[in-house]
Design a protein around this ligand. Structure first.
Ligand SMILES: [Zn+2]
Length: 131
């Protein structure tokens, strides 16, 4: 049975799922054993234990503030704050080299609500086969 993804209470509903709480607990532990790795901005799991969802914001340039699971649970609009957070971190580190926020915002909003959260959606495999 399909339900409408675009409800206004979506963000609150999704952020209180038991699965997210579980991923956050997992992330807390995994980060201790993953020094030097960054992590999903939502569930805080490091990239050693989950797959980041890559968003191409300029040709050949990707960013991944969210893991595939978190990305798949959110709508484009509710993903934006996490991308904004990452962009702010970039800006703080390298004021001259960061991409324009509009580029990232457009890329995030152009991605569909919930395509498929499998690792096969990574950019490298995405342009491999187009039947
Ligand atoms: Zn996550």
């Amino acid at each position: 049975m399909e339900t409408d993804q675009q409800t206004t209470g979506e963000l609150a509903a999704v952020s209180s799922t038991p699965l997210l709480a579980l991923r956050r607990a997992w992330g807390f532990v995994a980060r201790i054993f993953s020094p030097g790795y960054s992590w999903c901005h939502r569930c805080k799991r490091p990239w050693t234990v989950c797959e980041g969802h890559s968003t191409e914001y300029q040709p050949g340039r990707w960013c991944f503030p969210l893991c595939e699971e978190c990305w798949g649970e959110l709508s484009p609009a509710t993903r934006l704050p996490y991308y904004r957070q990452l962009w702010n971190e970039w800006k703080a580190c390298e004021p001259l080299r960061e991409p324009q926020w509009q580029d990232i915002e457009r890329a995030v909003l152009n991605e569909r609500a919930n395509v498929n959260s499998t690792p096969e959606m990574r950019p490298n495999s995405e342009n491999r086969l187009k039947p």
